[in-house]
Design a protein around this ligand. Structure first.
Ligand code: DC
Length: 236
């Protein structure tokens, strides 16, 4: 087995990638990396600086100069977050979780030079580490040699319901229809953009979570990965 084990997960909006990845990472002792958080932080940065998302070069420059980091929450940061995300050392973990930033991050995801910058960062983080990394281009662009490639999905209505519940729980007042429409628009943009669109690679293991509980999904994935690790050890 290579010194590090990489699990790559791609999937549409609100498929449960974050929740599942965090729990699988905890069970296996892996590092969890939320790449969507980086695109969201880039969008927040542009918004704060008053830079329009039509201005590709200016947004790219902002992202190049900023320090965007994603890490495991510390003991004093356990407030339900799955990751701690910092922008120039400021904790923006919750500020990036709004519908507005969701839409803006999808627009940032269309920008090729921004992608190049963030992909490089993500690849650096994964070097020599056991990671579970999730996003839209992980299985074929960021970690094309990943040991396990998963496409995590669920029906549109179930995904919209889950995301609506998440937002309400955070005190963000929004209607189901608004969440559903935003989810459809974002999926449409993420799958049809020219630069590295979301896609199901040939070798992907497609996990449909529509009728599964979180615990069932986590167990299915953890068992398969553990079996692979054990097999590698056995043959080593
Ligand atoms: O996973 P998320 O919903 O937090 O991602 C926010 C947006 O960022 C998503 O709509 C598209 C973009 N993104 C991307 O283009 N590539 C990734 N690897 C992760 C996210």
């Amino acid at each position: 087995m290579s010194p590090s084990f990489h699990i790559a997960i791609d999937g549409p909006v609100a498929a449960g990638k974050g929740t599942v990845s965090r729990l699988v990472a905890n069970r296996l002792g892996f590092v969890y990396i939320d790449t969507g958080a980086m695109y969201r932080t880039a969008a927040l940065l542009a918004q704060r600086r008053g830079v329009s998302l039509d201005e590709l070069e200016r947004v790219t420059e902002l992202v190049k100069q900023a320090r965007i980091d994603v890490r495991q929450p510390r003991d004093d940061e356990q407030d339900g977050r799955l990751s701690t995300v910092t922008l120039d050392d400021e904790d923006v973990s919750w500020q990036i979780r709004t519908l507005e930033i969701g839409t803006a991050s999808s627009q940032v995801g269309e920008m090729k030079p921004v992608r190049a910058e963030l992909v490089r960062k993500q690849q650096q983080i994964a070097v020599d580490k056991n990671v579970i990394m999730e996003g839209r281009d992980i299985t074929y662009r960021v970690l094309p040699d990943a040991d396990v490639k998963i496409y995590l999905t669920a029906s549109e209505v179930v995904r919209a319901k889950r995301r609506h519940q998440q937002l309400l729980a955070k005190g963000i007042d929004t209607s189901f229809d608004e969440v559903y429409q935003q989810l459809m628009d974002r999926d449409q943009r993420d799958t049809s953009r020219a630069a590295d669109p979301l896609q199901i690679v040939d070798e992907a293991w497609v996990v449909d979570t529509t009728d599964l509980t979180i615990d069932q999904v986590v167990t299915i994935i953890t068992s398969r990965v553990q079996a692979m690790i054990d097999q590698h050890r056995h043959h080593a």
